[in-house]
Design a protein around this ligand. Sequence first.
Ligand code: MLT
Ligand code: ZN
Length: 459
Amino acid sequence: MPALDKLKALIAPAKLLTDDSSLAAYGKDWSGQFTPAPLAVALPKTIEQVQAIVRWAIEQGVALVPSGGRTGLSGAAVAANGELVVAFDAMNQIIDFNPYERRVVCQPGVVTAQLQQFAQDNALYYPVDFASSGSSQIGGNISTNAGGIKVIRYGLTRQWVSGLKVVSGTGELLDLNQGLIKNATGYDLRQLFIGAEGTLGFIVEASMQLSRAPQNLTALVLAVTDLDCIMPLLHSFQSKLDLTAFEFFSEQALEKILARGDVPAPFETRCPFYALLEFEALNEDISNQALSLFEQALENGWVADGVISQSTQQLANLWKLREYISETLSHFSPYKNDLSVTVSRVPDFLRDIDQLVQQNYPDFAVIWYGHIGDGNLHLNILKPDNLSKEAFFSKCHEVNKQVFETVQRYQGSISAEHGVGLVKRSGLNYSRSPAEINAMKAIKAVFDPHGIMNPGKIF
Ligand code: MLT
Ligand code: ZN
């Protein structure tokens, strides 16, 4: 194909892949819902090559799909319509480190775990963390404003991005915020590219801030007697401790984890929900405080049992109870939702949604887990054995309308941290007003006037 020959020459010696297995691998993400059909896969090594790709795409009228670790669950990195995938695997270096500013400059293909390790090697910490950190890339994390398990203390990816270089949909290179902490010179354009899911341009370099390394992290897993006890529990611990995590999972989630056979049970007691709390046990006072809060929670009847980690090995084992859930459930091809409401409304919201699904489909297993301290719940519905995958998904789609209506009633979000992509775009209007959606479209038109940047994603 002449157009591809031209592109190949433009970006040489960078690779342009057209073989079937590369097209299949690079054309999809972990949502697993779409059939990959990209035109080709470009693997640029330099910013200039990224600019050349964009200019070629404008000239040829070819759509571009940015691709990181493809660990997303919303289809934002899917190329199913003859797009050119631009993957950042070959731009994977940490190119600068300033210890005084606790800042690293990363290429977009740096894997999250690579940045975490770099921080650790320099006695610092990159705090955005989640189960897919071994595969996800910084460019993708920024494009989805990734959240994860430490948001309650450290915030979202947005909080750690102090500068961005982006190539917009015109091929122009923009250098945004240059690592500055204070910059009161009008609109902060950097923020627009964070969470834009590649619809405005490509992130080609990122300045990421690092934090002090946490010390003596200690986890508590508590068996929570009733949904209504979770908020008083959170409030009680948060009023005395600086929590680094407050996660939860349901009894059904625990059952699936224990059935794997490689994760030890925290205790024998069974309750409808479990909370995983983490804090830095910096001194004996803090450890004693945690124990006394636990005793109080037992006395109040909020929890029926609990365990506190005594070693890094035990800390890691307790985290497996939460972190392995997504991967464990993926074997059941669940129907997934990633919802949020304001924190104090979580119990009512969860109960409403649970009833909604159970009333419509009493034989569907509903599994809850997530970042309850952030008001972010992952709702996974499992297919009963007697139903085909197609029939199951169509029933879930039907009930999903009511799920989204409930989210709207609670003024919540239909996608708390996974993004909109292709999977959630028909639900965007449940969380965003027509005026907001129009403003987003107008912003896209400024940075991507030719409509080549990840078209069809978000809206
Ligand atoms: C998680 O919190 O485990 C992730 O967001 C993945 C998921 O929701 O399955
Ligand atoms: Zn999550």
